[in-house]
Design a protein around this ligand. Structure first.
Ligand SMILES: Nc1ncnc2c1ncn2[C@@H]1O[C@H](COP(=O)(O)OP(=O)(O)O)[C@@H](O)[C@H]1O
Ligand SMILES: [Mg+2]
Length: 330
């Protein structure tokens, strides 16, 4: 049985434009996915894809306009109280805390607001600080406003865990974090799932998320564009690289030679007046790609100013999935 089940979920926002004009934003156009118990599921997508909207609906903070969603078997609309008792949510890691109180005080205060006794709230706050690795950190006794972003992210997860919920909804828990803090957060999330928590996280970096998630749903523009295990998605996109080279004195036939030598999925050429920027999406193994590229550049008589080979961002991948411009071989 799925602990989180989303079926054909829809959400529209009405936005005002000017005095009388209104425009409807279709934030979710019918998305479906499910998450098994103890599983970490990642919802990936660029800004505006509909991730936060989905999380808010699952946390009963927003009502859907169509479709259904269940948490632990309870309907998020008809059984909102039951759902609320079973979910913990972390939305914007830097919001929802009192700046002048310490992390500990913030958690105790939150417990009191939730109706727990002072002694229980204190005990729980201590326990949670320990769990997320803030206890023992001298800095964690300072006021919240002095917290680093990494500490804030941990505290936000601690707060989401306060009522020991079955399901954790974490919206972009590693957003803006440095590499080390992000890794610690991912480790924490993995441990929580091992303890039986079902976790739904959002993000936009597939390469970061595949480390923690057992299954992934990629959404864009309010629709699911791909889903599967990270392995399945990696097979689909993992061998795709974004190559960018900046050249001067480019020979006439160079572009043609590039096109015939590399397994291109897309290419764009930008004339920067004097130099040329060539951006390519290449499906290849990295070593082969590097070799071919070096050979090509060596044989041509161009002056190479810059080279970069990167894994494409998810945005790049969507362009391919939804058929945008950059991806087409010109
Ligand atoms: N309160 C709101 N009012 C109007 N439009 C909104 C509101 N919240 C989100 N949207 C719009 O809905 C779409 C999905 O937003 P969101 O769920 O926040 O996406 P994500 O979290 O993936 O960035 C976007 O086009 C966004 O501009
Ligand atoms: Mg968001």
């Amino acid at each position: 049985m799925s602990t989180v089940l989303v079926r054909d979920l829809k959400k529209f926002y009405e936005v005002r434009e000017g005095f009388r004009k209104r425009r409807v934003v279709e934030a979710l156009r019918g998305i479906s996915f499910s998450v098994g118990r103890g599983e970490i599921h990642a919802m990936l997508g660029p800004n505006g894809a509909g991730k936060t909207t989905t999380i808010k609906i699952l946390a009963t903070l927003l009502l859907p306009d169509g479709g259904e969603a269940y948490v632990a078997g309870f309907d998020v609309v008809k059984q909102a109280d039951e759902v609320r008792r079973r979910v913990g949510i972390s939305l914007d890691v830097s919001k929802g805390f009192y700046p002048s109180l310490s992390g500990y005080e913030n958690l105790v205060f939150y417990g009191l607001l939730k109706g727990f006794s002072i002694s229980y709230s204190r005990r729980r706050a201590k326990e949670l600080l320990e769990l997320v690795g803030l206890e023992g950190m001298k800095a964690s006794y300072n006021p919240y406003f002095t917290y680093s972003l990494g500490m804030r992210a941990k505290l936000s997860i601690a707060k989401a865990l306060f009522s020991d919920p079955e399901v954790l909804l974490l919206d972009e828990p590693t957003l803006g974090l440095d590499v080390e803090s992000a890794r610690m957060i991912r480790k924490l999330i993995t441990e929580l799932a091992k303890d039986g928590k079902t976790v739904l996280i959002t993000g936009h970096n597939m390469y970061e998320i595949e480390e923690v998630a057992q299954s992934v749903t990629i959404i864009n523009n309010g629709v699911v564009v791909a889903s599967g295990t990270p392995e399945q998605l990696k097979l689909k996109f993992g061998l795709l690289y974004k190559v960018s080279i900046l050249l001067r004195d480019v020979g006439k036939d160079f572009i043609g030679v590039v096109k015939s030598s590399l397994p291109l999925e897309g290419m764009s050429v930008e004339d920067l007046g004097g130099s040329l920027r060539i951006t390519m999406y290449v499906r290849s193994r990295r070593e082969e790609l590097v070799q071919t590229l070096l050979n090509l550049l060596e044989r041509s008589n161009t002056k190479v100013l810059d080279i970069s080979i990167k894994e494409p961002t998810l945005e790049d991948v969507y362009v391919g999935l939804v058929g945008g411009g950059v991806y087409r071989v010109t």
